[in-house]
Design a binder for this molecule. Structure first.
Ligand SMILES: Cc1cc2nc3c(=O)[nH]c(=O)nc-3n(C[C@H](O)[C@H](O)[C@H](O)COP(=O)(O)OP(=O)(O)OC[C@H]3O[C@@H](n4cnc5c(N)ncnc54)[C@H](O)[C@@H]3O)c2cc1C
Ligand SMILES: NC(=O)c1ccc[n+]([C@@H]2O[C@H](COP(=O)([O-])OP(=O)(O)OC[C@H]3O[C@@H](n4cnc5c(N)ncnc54)[C@H](OP(=O)(O)O)[C@@H]3O)[C@@H](O)[C@H]2O)c1
Length: 515
């Protein structure tokens, strides 16, 4: 499922491939090549990239955006001007780093997951006592890598949070046209089995989501997936497992995405982890020299702490006022007419969401509530890309989806159409209503992670179809049956760029430069 449609993605013959899943370095190689082979106006994409440059602020002066930042190579400050800006800083750029009582006394390094590669490259040969924090996919990968490298690993997953992730095996659903789980989830048919804010209601979605029989089928499908994650781990009866291994059994409900989840790509993962890693489901109370103290014990001797605690989804180079003006998440502490209008729209939207999807009226009672819930507004961007107040700036990649490549390509098309003036947007009132609908839906559909209105885990196909439909492109359509049951993979976007060029570029110098 990897790669952009205008450049085939391949891995070398000798690469280890497990159900179309391979090491991330091949994605890095692909992107390195991609920026060299794409040449426009005699300049490659690489020539246009300023690496090791941190943007510190982005400000609109008149009709120009002024972008200011600092080179991380020589510390030099630079300023650029542009009439259009695309913000693509991702959702995994700003580390979420915990702090602990007694932290200064801990003698070893305390690092974030994003520095794990550098840490491993600098490792001495002898085994170290490594504690890994977090229950998500990064924690799982780091725990496995450290254990496999012969380190003495403790895996600490705090009790007060969502607990360990639900991890599937990509081979489970590798049947028929599907190479792995994400391909099955990347079909429009699967998309209709989940309530979605992007799918147009029809007789089928009414049957599936509007009747108790349909709801039972949906609940059954997801309950089976939850159960599969438990079976794969064989948490209670795995031969040779260390005491505490059963603490990895996840309570995540996949329907609600109520915690971390992912695919385990290493066939020996469970074997390595169960026999070599001590698992603790406790919060950390404090640190002292080379010791981690857990609430109610025990004490864990540790040389290194690796915090696989994830990322903050923030735009640190924009001011609080810009967050308000552009419709990015901001503090709810202002009670002005604008906020009141949003509250009314969101309340109306919530009623419609619950009427269309009765299953969302009864979320699980035990979901983890993130600390900013109630304090921050959600994103208020149209399609999670365009501010209502300014069509000279677009935010791409500010969404949580199961396939980054596919959505990146489609968002790029939509954002190009927007910034080049080729997209006819609905009226502001209609966009406000739609934003409120998407946000209300997100909050009800994903009670743990939908609060910022940009969590589209089961909504990706509807989102893709909406964006391409609004631009007026057709070449991704494969015919009704194939559309429904085959996964949406790289080659399904073949021709989209050419169609875009035929439709908009001929005679339009501005767009010509952009594509
Ligand atoms: C460990 C891991 C594994 C993943 N595996 C998969 C997978 O198997 N399949 C999949 O589809 N997705 C996967 N994802 C998600 C995937 O990486 C993202 O969807 C994808 O990278 C998003 O691309 P992006 O360009 O939007 O953001 P990013 O790739 O995060 O790029 C954002 C860029 O912006 C830069 N930046 C941020 N702030 C500033 C600033 N102030 N100034 C200058 N530059 C800045 C960052 O340095 C970075 O280069 C994974 C993510 C992680 C963390
Ligand atoms: N495809 C792949 O191979 C792959 C690999 C890695 C990551 N990813 C993707 O990358 C994204 C980020 O994943 P991630 O695993 O890095 O982050 P994540 O899913 O956000 O998980 C972070 C974990 O850290 C815990 N945590 C957060 N703050 C903590 C604190 N103060 N103390 C203790 N624990 C804390 C969280 O638990 P609480 O519930 O307690 O907060 C959670 O278990 C996800 O979208 C993931 O799918 C993909």
């Amino acid at each position: 499922m990897s790669g952009f449609s205008d450049r085939p993605f391949t891995v070398p013959k000798e690469a280890e491939v497990f159900n179309d899943i391979f090491e991330a370095k091949y994605v890095a190689d692909y992107l390195e090549e991609y920026v060299d082979v794409h040449v426009y106006d005699g300049k490659s994409l690489r020539d246009r990239i300023r690496l090791n440059f941190t943007v510190r602020n982005v400000e609109k002066v008149g009709d120009m955006w002024v972008v200011n930042g600092l080179s991380r190579t020589d510390g030099k400050e630079s300023t650029f001007e542009s009439r259009k800006v695309i913000v693509a800083t991702g959702t995994t750029s700003d580390a979420k780093m915990p702090s602990f009582s007694g932290q200064v006394s801990f003698q070893g390094p305390i690092i974030h997951q994003r520095d794990f590669g550098a840490f491993m490259r600098g490792q001495p040969v002898q085994s170290q006592k490594i504690a890994v924090l977090g229950g998500g996919k990064s924690a799982a990968d780091i725990v496995y890598t450290c254990a496999k490298a012969g380190h003495d690993v403790s895996w600490i997953i705090r009790k007060s949070g969502e607990g360990p992730g639900a991890f599937t095996n990509p081979a489970e659903n590798a049947k028929g046209p599907f190479l792995n789980d994400p391909e099955l989830a990347g079909t429009r048919l699967f998309g209709t089995m989940s309530p979605s804010c992007f799918n147009q209601p029809n007789w089928w979605t009414t049957l599936v989501h509007g009747t108790s029989a349909g709801q039972k089928v949906v609940e059954g499908i997801f309950a089976k997936a939850d159960q599969k994650c438990k079976t794969i781990g064989n948490f209670d009866n795995r031969p040779g497992a260390l005491v505490g291994f059963n603490g990895l059994e996840s309570n995540v409900k996949l329907f609600w995405c109520s915690g971390p989840f992912g695919m385990i790509q290493r066939p020996d993962f469970w074997d390595i982890v169960s026999k070599n890693v001590r698992v603790y489901r406790k919060d950390i109370s404090s640190l002292s020299p080379s010791i981690i103290h857990l609430e109610d014990g025990p004490e864990i001797p540790s040389d290194v702490i690796i915090c696989a605690t994830g990322f903050k989804n923030e735009f640190t180079f924009l001011t609080e006022q810009q967050h308000r003006d552009l419709g990015l998440p901001h503090s709810r502490n202002v009670e002005n007419d604008e906020e009141k209008a949003w509250k009314t729209l969101e309340a109306e939207a919530e009623e419609r969401v619950l009427a269309q999807y009765p299953i969302l009226r009864e979320p699980p009672q035990d979901v983890h509530v993130l600390d900013f819930v109630g304090k921050m507004t959600p994103n208020r961007l149209y399609n999670c890309i365009a501010p209502l107040t300014d069509t000279s700036i677009a935010f791409v990649g500010n969404v949580h989806v199961p396939n980054g490549f596919r959505v990146a390509e489609v968002q790029a098309i939509w954002a190009t159409a927007l910034l080049s003036g080729n997209l006819k947007l609905p009226s502001e009132a209609e966009m406000r209503k739609d934003i409120a609908w998407v946000n209300a839906f997100n909050r009800k559909r994903y009670p743990t992670h939908g609060y910022l209105g940009n969590y589209f885990h089961y909504d990706m196909m509807g989102y893709i179809d909406r964006l391409l439909g609004q631009v007026g492109l057709q070449s991704h359509q494969k015919g009704w049956w194939a559309n429904l049951v085959y996964p949406f993979i790289t080659k399904d976007l073949f021709g989209t760029k050419e169609e875009f060029i035929r439709k908009f570029v001929e005679g339009n110098e501005e767009v010509k430069k952009a594509v």
